[in-house]
Design a protein around this ligand. Sequence first.
Ligand code: SF4
Ligand code: SF4
Length: 107
Amino acid sequence: MSCVQQEETSSTGLRGREFLIVETSKCIYCGFCEPVCPTLPHGRHRGYGPRGRVFIARLVALEDFYTDGDEESLYSCLLCGACNEVCPARIDIVRVVREARSLLVTR
Ligand code: SF4
Ligand code: SF4
């Protein structure tokens, strides 16, 4: 079993902050998700694409520094799921964004 598969298994059954920390740790920064994202070409930076959103979601989960612009990038996601289809690490990016939004409104 690869490291990626082990991480994927370990996120099963987790929710909220715990899910986010495990799920976002699977990102290998390959960028395969970026060409399929409909919002990235219209954003001000890579935070408006899936790779950036996964990174920002991790900051939110870890209560690390993030900006209002980072929050905006999470809320600008269309939840279309195109990124989920191509991510080799099989990150559920749509759920990552949803869980991060939930944390933002409950903090
Ligand atoms: S779900 Fe969000 S991040 Fe993923 S491709 Fe769609 S708009 Fe981009
Ligand atoms: S495709 Fe998956 S692993 Fe690669 S950068 Fe995007 S979210 Fe990270």
